[in-house]
Write a protein that binds this ligand. Structure first.
Ligand SMILES: [Zn+2]
Length: 580
């Protein structure tokens, strides 16, 4: 297992990226990443395992299967001869090495493909070995980590190879049903039938820096289309931009990233142990913190006859203040250990929505929010927090992942509205928002929403169908912007301040209407004057509202959530007196 092929022990090797001659031992110490140009050399499966798992934890799974040459394939040499040659040159039995191990103390089942063995091709034996590994993960209720490197299905086994795509996928489906995390790590190259099945149908897809992944290879695409391919086509960064992978990770960070993701999803596993397996010592402190936070007086600014009611238009301007903390600011100040997950898996990664796993006072949660920015450049890069259909679909993917893994969802809403552009319409903006609303209605995990800035229309609601809806004191939440409303119902947009007052979009008004459950008070001036204090208050409010939800069975949560939104029906019309 640990032995490397003798030819790898030669003293020097030449970098495929920059052609530097590198001292072999130095290169290996650097995880086979060129110290000169950063090129990630391909790794065999044994070396890959050595880099990823905890020392001494590796338990190889059986790799001997009955010899298979199911269709007596012969090209210039018979298939059995090719197999023997691959075995001799790699020291492996097949193109995948399967094992159980721990990574950062977390038990996992792993299948690591080896491109040196017949191009990492997926044949019956490879499919069987990966399927057995997935079944082992299911038996032991542990996550499955796949590391892919493959040219695709193995031609020498004909259509039976093709069937392996379905066989392995079925095993992945069983893990998803059981709420067990599946992760694939794409390494260079991952193509064809492997790309189109278990490399991409796992919960999380990480791409190692320098990896290329695609269904058809570049040569085929060039032949078919007769066109030159775009710069960086099918590279990890291309995949990230096009929403295909959650993140691109340098080899030296890969193990750390896996540890963080395994930790984040472990605590949320369906049995939902209240004590995270890690760091037992600090648990008591956390409980004390939580209790203190939860007993802080609830935030009800209007209860003690405080601040003279602010004019609605002033509140609108406050909610839009460029200095107001953004979702990424809160992820830094309210939460810990945020690991961002990217992409809708359908073609794009919307920058106006950020999401990923994080901890709230030691509890693992999925956080999803609109991201604006403080400078013009940031705002432009984030499309002013206006999500595209891809953004809504990314949010949906993460919500469903959270539900499968038993993680509560916390959403931070701050958007002028969903992206109103032509491209958004072409890609089904309305349907994307509608799908999120529907999905949240039945999501079997706690959902806590906070309107932190602007809660603009359907784009806001796409993240805010929740068990509890909180709202920062100077945030606004409305069916339309005051300007938009003024343009339609008044002579022109200059009537926006009147429209703002008429729309009842402030936090105290919405609390009286029951749209919002709790108002989170801001520091005396406003959130942007004291972001640190705002973060403390938000954190306390999140904990106080989230903790009780953790004890409610999912079916009950869904029933109560539906009741919560049912009460905005006609029954509400008779209670307008409540607004004063
Ligand atoms: Zn190099």
């Amino acid at each position: 297992m640990t032995a490397t092929a003798p030819r790898e022990e030669q003293l020097w090797s030449r970098c495929a990226g920059c052609a530097s001659l590198l001292y072999r031992k130095r290169l290996r110490r650097n995880l086979d990443v060129c110290p000169e140009c950063g090129e990630h050399a391909r790794l065999g499966a044994p070396e890959r395992l050595r880099q990823l798992v905890d020392p001494g934890s590796l338990r190889p799974l059986a790799d001997r299967l009955p010899e298979a040459d199911p269709i007596d394939f012969v090209d210039v040499v018979p298939y059995p001869h090719r197999l023997s040659a691959a075995r001799a040159s790699t020291g492996l039995v097949e193109a995948v090495v399967c094992a159980t191990a721990t990574i950062g103390g977390h038990p996992v089942a792993m299948a690591v493909m080896d491109f040196r063995f017949l191009g990492g091709s997926l044949g019956c034996a490879v499919g069987e070995l990966i399927t057995r590994t997935a079944e082992r993960a299911l038996d032991e209720r542990i996550p499955l980590v796949l590391v892919t490197a493959s040219g695709g299905a193995r031609m020498q086994e004909g259509a039976l190879s093709l069937m392996q795509m379905a066989t392995v996928s079925q095993a992945i489906a069983a893990l998803r049903e059981a709420g067990l995390l599946t992760v694939s790590v794409l390494t260079d190259p991952t193509y064809g039938g492997v790309a189109a099945s278990f490399a991409t149908n796992t919960d999380l897809v990480l791409a190692e820096s320098g990896a290329r992944m695609g269904f058809a290879g570049p040569r085929v695409i060039r032949q078919v289309t007769g066109r030159a391919l775009p710069e960086g086509f099918q590279t990890a960064d291309f995949l990230l931009r096009h929403g295909q992978v959650d993140m691109v990770v340098q080899r030296r960070s890969l193990r750390g990233r896996l540890v963080a993701l395994l930790a984040a999803t472990h605590a949320g596993a369906p049995t939902r142990p209240s004590v995270p397996r890690q760091e037992p010592a600090s648990h008591r402190e956390r409980l004390a913190d939580d209790a203190a936070a939860a007993t802080r007086p609830p935030a009800t600014p209007e209860a003690d006859g405080t601040p003279a009611v602010r004019d609605a238009w002033d509140t609108v301007r406050m909610a839009r203040h460029p200095g107001r903390p953004t979702t990424l600011d809160y992820l830094d100040s309210v939460f810990d250990g945020f690991v961002e997950l990217h992409g809708d898996r359908l073609g794009a990664d919307c920058p106006a929505i950020v999401g990923g796993v994080a901890r709230l006072a030691g509890r693992h949660v999925m956080v999803i929010g609109h991201q604006k920015g403080h400078t013009t450049a940031e705002l432009v890069a984030r499309n002013f927090g206006m999500a595209s259909p891809a953004g809504h679909r990314k949010a949906l993917r993460l919500m469903r992942l959270a539900a499968r893994l038993g993680l509560p969802v916390v959403t931070l809403v701050d958007t002028p509205g969903a992206d109103p552009g032509v491209s958004a319409e072409e890609h089904g903006q309305a349907a994307a928002i509608a799908e999120n609303i529907l999905a949240l209605t039945v999501l079997p995990t706690p959902v806590l929403a906070v309107i932190t800035g602007e809660g603009g229309s359907g784009g806001a609601l796409a993240l805010a169908v929740a068990d509890r809806v909180l709202m920062l004191e100077n945030a606004v939440y409305s069916v339309i912007s005051p300007e938009g409303c003024a343009a339609i119902l008044w002579p022109d947009r200059s009537a926006a301040p009147q429209a703002a007052r008429a729309l009842r979009l402030s936090a105290p008004d919405l609390r009286r209407l029951g749209v919002v459950d709790e108002v989170v008070p801001e520091p005396p001036a406003a959130a942007h004057d004291d972001p640190a204090e705002t973060a403390l208050r938000l954190r306390a409010a999140l904990l106080a509202n989230l903790l009780p939800l953790l004890d409610v069975p999912p079916a009950m949560l869904v029933r109560l959530r539906r009741q919560r939104f049912r009460r905005f029906g006609a029954a509400r019309a008779g209670q307008r007196a409540g607004v004063r």
